[in-house]
Design a protein. Structure first.
Length: 188
């Protein structure tokens, strides 16, 4: 099943929240990029190099950006310090243990690079379950697989342990979604 119009609408809202944090001329890794790495196309004017990682991508798909089929919970098949930004848009809520994935994001970021996260509040899950059952949300969105959300202070602790600093958080979509931006320290 392809993404529905509602899936694309929700994705576009996440893209609009994340895009201002992507510097022009950046190297971007979109972790959990989905079937067509749509954020990379959306932000193409700011991206000099874009790579998508996702376990849903299909062999033979032709897209303008390289997309690698990967289980992100087992590490990223990428070199150290090669990206200015790592995005995880609507990914965090699917991770039972986000710390190893966040460590990998830190590893592939260049010094002073940023991690850009979005995730929905847990109170949207019952609504998404109904929309999923009715076909309004596609199976590819995996909303039925959301994990319990970690409190923001716990996420901050994980990110701090990983090495991230300078945290920015805001809510969008009437408070139903979170945007979080944090940075890898600059090289000394």
């Amino acid at each position: 099943m392809a993404y529905t119009a509602f899936d694309r609408f929700l994705a576009r809202r996440r893209f609009q929240a994340a895009f201002p944090h992507v510097r022009p001329g950046s190297r971007v890794c979109d972790v959990g990029c989905g079937l067509d790495a749509a954020f990379l196309t959306y932000a193409a004017t700011h991206i000099s190099l874009g790579v998508g990682l996702d376990d849903q991508v299909r062999a033979g798909n032709h897209r303008p950006w390289p997309v690698i089929r990967a289980d992100i919970t087992r590490g990223f098949p990428l070199l150290d310090a090669q990206f200015d930004h790592v995005l995880m848009l609507a990914v965090l809520e699917h991770l039972a243990d986000p710390e190893p994935v966040l460590r990998e994001a830190f590893r592939v970021l260049a010094p002073a690079g940023s991690l850009i996260l979005t995730w929905p509040q847990s109170l949207v899950d019952p609504v998404l379950t109904i929309l999923h059952r009715t076909g309004f949300v596609s199976h590819e969105m995996e909303s039925q697989e959301h994990q319990p959300r970690r409190p923001l202070d716990e996420l901050l602790q994980i990110l701090s342990r990983t090495g991230f600093c300078n945290f920015f958080h805001r809510r969008f979509e009437l408070g139903m979604n979170n945007l979080f931006v944090t940075f890898k320290p600059a090289a000394r």
